[in-house]
Design a protein around this ligand. Structure first.
Ligand code: CO
Ligand code: CO
Ligand code: CO
Length: 328
């Protein structure tokens, strides 16, 4: 489903009048937020999908890092998760054991526990988790706080959709995809902790709508526009080559691009492979942070000290007529 129709369906959900529902399905935030008391709110999110890699243990790790990511994007800490399993009965059960083993390893790393789960028989494997975290609602980070003058910082490279599409078709080796696979299984926990310490104005994680799609959501929610410096965006190894071949492009590159075309303007200096990669759907992508000038250096230094190769990729500007994102 494309970004536009997905938003429309979600907005058909009834509006709640419960004052404790701080963030619900009518915002473009990464998770729902429900207040328990003045200093505590629950952060709730769910994500599941078919395998994007053939190794079940690795798939379990990636699916779990991905599901936890929405909690981290809010500046929250995950506490408890429940598993969602769709599994074909004719497959050996060891495949599922391996997925769960990879998942548990990541949850342990995150300091979260499994509270239960649900399994159904299905034609195709799907795995994911519903995750509940906790945050001080006075300190949570949303996607709607970006301000003109902010710097946009991205904490992981882009191109996972293209690389995993080629990998699953056997067109590149696991070794060639190693940096992508490592990145996808890396938790956004450290990046999240550092952004909370440094203080940022807005955050979202980059997933299925690609860098530009998630930036667009942030810009609209914040009532601003944004400029991306394409040369500053890091791509995974081989992504820029692979994307030149149509067969390596996940279908949602095209749907993301179609939806965003009226809102994005590209300078002539941006070549087509770069444009396509900026629309590439990510799984377990990095955090996109919008940070004020006074906190920018501290944030970048904190991230770099922890070995996170975060980069400034653009700036936030006043809302414009005719476009929301400029890429140059
Ligand atoms: Co998200
Ligand atoms: Co999500
Ligand atoms: Co059940």
């Amino acid at each position: 489903m494309e970004i536009g129709s997905l938003m429309q369906v979600l907005h058909q959900l009834p509006e709640s009048d419960d004052p404790n529902l701080i963030l619900g399905p009518h915002t473009s935030d990464d998770a729902g937020v429900y207040r328990i008391d003045e200093g505590r709110a629950m952060v709730v999110t769910v994500d599941f999908f078919p395998p994007i890699v053939d190794d079940p243990y690795l798939f379990g790790q990636i699916a779990t890092a991905n599901a936890l990511s929405d909690v981290y994007a809010m500046g929250a800490v995950p506490l408890v998760a429940t598993t969602i399993v769709c599994f074909p009965q004719e497959l050996p059960v060891v495949v599922l054991s391996e997925i769960l083993r990879g998942s548990c390893q990541k949850l342990k790393e995150a300091g979260a526990v499994i509270g239960g789960g649900h399994t159904i028989n299905d034609k195709e494997i799907k795995y994911g988790l519903s995750v509940t975290g906790i945050v001080d609602p006075r300190r949570m980070i949303t996607s709607s706080g970006a301000k003109p003058g902010d710097t946009l910082i991205l904490t992981k490279p882009i191109g996972a959709g293209v690389v995993t599409t080629a990998l699953r078709a056997g067109r590149i080796s696991t070794e060639d995809a190693a940096d992508t696979l490592d990145s996808m299984k890396t938790l956004n926990d450290v990046a999240s902790r550092i952004m909370v310490e440094a203080g940022v104005n807005a955050c979202t994680d980059v997933t299925g709508f690609g860098l530009l799609g998630h930036l667009y959501e942030m810009a609209v929610a914040s009532g601003v526009a944004a400029i991306i410096e394409a040369d500053n965006v890091a791509f995974f190894n081989h992504a820029a080559t692979l994307v030149r071949k149509r067969r390596n492009r996940p279908a949602s590159i095209q749907t993301n691009r179609k939806f965003l075309t009226p809102h994005v303007r590209f300078s002539e200096a941006v070549d087509e492979p770069t444009e396509l990669l900026l629309h590439d759907p990510q799984t377990s992508g990095g955090l996109l942070l919008s940070v004020g000038e006074d906190r920018k250096e501290r944030l970048l230094e904190g991230l770099h000290t922890e070995g996170i190769e975060a980069r400034p990729v653009g700036i936030v500007v006043e809302k414009r007529e005719g476009w929301t994102i400029e890429v140059r």
